[in-house]
Write a protein that binds this ligand. Structure first.
Ligand code: NAP
Length: 371
């Protein structure tokens, strides 16, 4: 599970292809971004300026996020001649960048490293003309079209937007947990459970996710120890019963992980009793953290609906309450959270965006042959 990824390769970044990108954007038939009461945010540091698209040119589609959903949307949008711009984030690639072996993504019978898979996605998107800005999205204005989005202090115009910013697993926040991520520490049993055949693993959390992960892990592990900070689970009765009835599952109540032990791989846990503060060590081969996810929706909340847990609310498959703004992947889907489901969702959002652009007369109809 050692991650040997060396970084993205062979991809034309918007910085590198600035002149070309600028001409591509400026040749579009769309009008310059409409004058607005408030000017586009001016960059304070000239080194942060992304040449080409900033400062007023309007993109047909801007995709926010560069995990499987965002990059699949980019592949489809680029192949439909929409010349998408991806605001990829300062750390591009999404959650798969934190995963080592991926063995459930179809097409890779021998498995593939998560970062390598995202590199391939990105190369494929770049091949058809996708442009990338590796900056975090800072804010958006969906009050009128063209929409406006800011990243790295630069404003970008967009006729259509696809939001694919994903959700981030919540971690415990221990240095040892970070150091051993992908080396026995994981936040996804579906992704990594297979590597713990006949091993003893721990699952932290007391909600449905933790109960589900623990039950799933019994297919592989010889023993699954749940670690919960209180003396009762938060999860639903049916999930509690299913987990607790399994002879492979036991529970450390009133316990939290004080430290993950191990040099190169997880070898044990230091557990703290939440009532007495006492710490003891237990040998362990793996640690699954299942204490929830946070959807990356902060910058969109002024414009779009979110559910009580902060996930974007989708209308009519991939749409939102703002016409022209589409959603894909874990940023709205807290049920499946898989690379393959996110990729499928990105495809759907791109098709919907392209058809919508056609329907409002912003692009010529080409859909039937473009895919
Ligand atoms: P959740 O319900 O918020 O539960 C998080 C759990 O992690 C809680 O037990 C919480 O402890 C614990 N926790 C939080 N922070 C912690 C920390 N720093 N250290 C130790 N423990 C910590 O999250 P979830 O389980 O991911 O579920 C999210 C939503 O998805 C829920 O609505 C759930 O029903 C749903 N879901 C459904 C299914 C299903 O139906 N198949 C599967 C998964 C999730 P406390 O209890 O003490 O707060």
């Amino acid at each position: 599970m050692v991650n040997e990824f060396k970084g993205f390769s062979g991809i034309q970044m918007i910085d590198e292809g600035a002149a070309e990108a600028a001409s591509v954007v400026k040749q579009t038939a769309f009008p310059a971004i409409a004058p607005v009461a408030e000017p586009l945010l001016q960059p304070t540091d000239p080194s942060t300026v992304e040449p080409g698209d900033g400062g007023g040119a309007v993109n047909k589609v801007v995709i926010v996020g560069s995990g499987p959903a965002g990059l699949t949307a980019a592949i489809y949008a680029a192949r439909a001649n929409l010349e998408p711009l991806v605001i990829a984030g300062a750390v591009p690639g999404g959650q798969l960048m934190l995963t080592s072996d991926v063995e459930n993504y179809p097409g890779f019978p021998d498995g593939i490293q998560g970062p390598e898979l995202m590199d391939l996605f990105r190369q494929q998107a770049a091949r058809f003309g996708t442009r990338f800005v590796d900056k975090d999205i800072e804010r958006v204005d969906f009050s009128q079209r063209p929409f406006r989005l800011w990243a790295g202090g630069v404003g970008y115009g967009a006729e259509a937007v696809i939001i694919a910013t994903g959700a981030s697993a919540i971690w415990l926040g221990l240095d040892s947990e970070t150091r051993l991520r992908g080396r026995g520490v994981s936040a996804c049993a579906t992704c990594d459970g297979f590597f713990f055949r006949d091993k003893h693993v721990a699952v932290v959390g007391g909600g449905d996710s933790a109960l589900e992960e623990a039950t799933f892990l019994t297919k592989f592990a010889s023993r699954v120890t749940m670690i919960h900070r209180r003396d009762e689970f938060r999860g639903s009765k049916i999930m509690r019963d299913r987990a607790l009835k399994d002879p492979k599952v036991d529970v450390r109540w009133n316990s939290e992980v004080a430290e993950v032990l191990g040099d190169d791989v997880v070898s044990g846990l230091a557990l703290r009793d939440t009532q007495t503060g006492e710490i003891h060590e237990e040998p362990m081969d793996g640690l699954f953290i299942a204490i929830g996810h946070t959807p990356n929706t902060d910058v969109f909340r002024d414009w779009l609906e979110v559910d009580p847990k902060g996930y974007l609310v989708v209308h009519d498959q991939t749409g939102t309450k703002v016409e022209g703004v589409f959603v894909a992947g874990d940023v709205h889907d807290h049920r499946y959270r898989q690379a393959i489901t996110a990729a499928g969702d990105g495809c759907r959002a791109a098709i919907d965006a392209e058809r919508w652009l056609e329907s409002v007369g912003l692009t010529e109809a080409a859909t039937s042959t473009a895919w």
